[in-house]
Design a protein. Structure first.
Ligand code: HSE
Length: 416
């Protein structure tokens, strides 16, 4: 027998209103919104006035409400709502990626303590059911790598810049008008939103718990028109890619950085506000998930799916964390990077293992070289002075391979 769900909804913006509409079209779900808590009572809403309140306790203290759906913008109020609801014996569905990334440890403890369910499929890749797949389908130790586009706005901006020659600002305004961008678009553009999502996707993929600021990341804010021309000349595209890969030492390398993508890469197919996830596992080889990663109905569809899962008391088991030996992150690797810049004085050449290509004649210069991952973690030159760093396709070089390659290049140069 399916549980009857009575919902208290926090937020009636792009996602909240989308959910309200979607629920109206799915009466079979046996779920109804009893009350909606909003911040601004003066705003005109496309729903009956008696549905709304500005008092959060009306929802949180209502014993009839057994599910809180939280789709508000601000992370700290969202955390207060979610913790109060779980402590009060209610199940929760949330789409607040920043809040989840920043409070993951506390939220795990609270789920254990209360036995209630906290589901957040909508918080990463919106309409793509990536979390539930990582939890249920990849419930084993065979996940080699996961490579994904997890931010719709930056992907939208890159697509408009590359395919339609819009400039950055025009593309961003369009993303804001269409409701994809965060209210502070810096969160999208500078990679914060993507790394927040990557934080908890790493938990579901590998059992890794790490604070978002500890994960190496950047956004698309430094990508230059010249980089786009280089990409075109190489028949490649530029994407903001979140990547995690199990290395030979059994540990996991993870980062979120702009990357050149070959035309035959699955992620090259991912345009506009779509997201994509390529998973490589032991026996299945490659699998590609594709769908809308932002916007009202795509995000509401994931919230709806979580609500539906609550009818049969579904919970994340965090299998990779609790039932397997969790993986550890490593910084013992090298990355092959393209760096474009205005002056050699901004580039610490000695920090590179080697530089295999450079173009120094043009006003905007660039090089391709290999650098230790740890140096990118420790240093900031690659984010400053209009310098742009983009990974080349297949950027990870493991230590052993690096040593061999280095030896070979020295041999070729007649040095050893
Ligand atoms: N601003 C986010 C994005 C919304 O562009 O992906 C969906 O999480």
């Amino acid at each position: 027998m399916h549980k009857q769900l009575t919902i208290g909804l926090f937020g009636f913006g792009v996602v909240g209103e989308g959910l309200y509409r979607v629920l109206q079209q799915t009466p079979s779900l046996n779920a109804s919104i009893k009350k909606v808590c909003i911040k601004d009572a003066s705003k005109k809403r496309n729903a009956p006035a008696e549905l709304f309140t500005t008092d959060k306790d009306v929802l949180l203290n209502d014993p009839e409400i057994n599910v809180i759906v939280e789709v508000i913008n601000e992370s700290e109020p969202a955390y207060q709502i979610v913790t109060t609801a779980l402590n009060g014996g209610k199940d929760v569905v949330s789409a607040s990626k920043k809040m989840i990334a920043e409070h993951l440890t506390a939220l795990l403890e609270l789920q254990e303590k209360t036995g209630r369910s906290l589901l957040y499929e909508a918080a990463a890749c919106a309409s793509i059911p990536v979390i539930r797949n990582l939890e249920e389908y990849y419930d084993n130790d065979l996940l080699h790598s996961i490579k994904a586009i997890v931010n719709g706005s930056t992907n939208f901006i890159l697509t408009k810049m590359f395919d339609e020659n819009l400039d950055f600002k025009q593309a961003l305004i369009l993303a804001q008008q269409l409701g994809f961008a965060e209210s502070d678009p810096k969160l999208d553009v500078e990679g914060y939103d993507a790394v927040n999502k990557w934080t908890f996707l790493l938990t579901h993929a590998y059992g890794i718990i790490e604070a978002p600021e500890k994960i190496l990341f950047n956004g698309i804010q430094h990508i230059h028109g010249g980089d786009a021309s280089v990409a075109r000349a190489r028949n490649q595209q530029i994407r903001l890619v979140a990547q995690a890969q199990k290395l030979q030492n059994g540990k996991v390398a993870a980062f979120v950085l702009p990357q050149f993508i070959q035309q035959d890469d699955h992620l090259a197919f991912v345009k506009n506000e779509y997201n994509g996830v390529v998973i490589e596992s032991g026996f299945a080889d490659k699998q590609f998930f594709y769908g809308k990663g932002a916007g009202s109905f795509p995000t509401a569809s994931a919230v709806l799916s979580d609500i539906a899962a609550l009818r049969y008391q579904y919970k994340y088991e965090y299998k990779k964390l609790y039932h397997h030996k969790p993986h550890q992150l490593t910084n013992e690797l090298y990355l092959k990077v393209y760096v474009s810049f205005t002056d050699w004085k901004f580039i610490p050449r000695d920090e590179f293992e080697w530089i295999e290509e450079w173009h120094a004649q043009e006003e905007r210069k660039y090089l391709v070289g290999v650098i230790a991952f740890s140096k990118l973690q420790e240093q900031n030159w690659w984010r400053e002075n209009e310098t742009s760093l983009i990974l080349v396709p297949e950027p990870i070089i493991e230590e052993t391979a690096t040593r061999d390659l280095r030896k070979r290049s020295l041999e070729l140069a007649g040095i050893v």
